[in-house]
Design a protein around this ligand. Structure first.
Ligand SMILES: [Zn+2]
Length: 123
């Protein structure tokens, strides 16, 4: 499961009857389903594990190829965790917020981090 691939798209984005438009705060997004909540909670735990085992190896975060702009986005562990906590609190996660000049060699893919964690936990 991958947090950003799993980001709920707003199905009402262009819908004038968007139920969310009745909310005062248009930063609000559609509430998470219980399944999404569980998935993101799991991912949040994973991110904390990744940071614990990978930061000592010089890995500062993960990068994704973004489906929206087809560029790579880099996220430090703390930013990932903060985004997930915001999402769990039904706040808008700043997915496109750029990191401060990331060093690409210090970022890995989510799959790499998963594989690394598997290797560590089997030792
Ligand atoms: Zn993007």
């Amino acid at each position: 499961m991958n947090f950003f691939a799993n980001m709920p798209r707003d199905p009402f984005a262009d819908d004038p009857n968007d139920p969310a438009s009745f909310l005062e705060d248009d930063e609000q997004m559609a509430p998470l389903t219980p399944e999404e909540r569980v998935a993101i909670s799991n991912d949040l735990r994973l991110v904390q594990e990744f940071a614990r085992v990978l930061r000592p190896r010089g890995v500062e975060g993960v990068f994704f190829i973004c489906e929206d702009c087809t560029e790579e986005h880099y996220y430090e562990w703390e930013i990932m965790a903060a985004n997930m906590r915001a999402t769990l609190n039904d706040e808008l996660a700043p997915v496109h917020e750029p990191g401060a000049r990331p060093d690409p060699s210090r970022y890995v893919t989510w799959d790499y981090a998963m594989g690394y964690l598997d290797g560590v936990s089997q030792r």
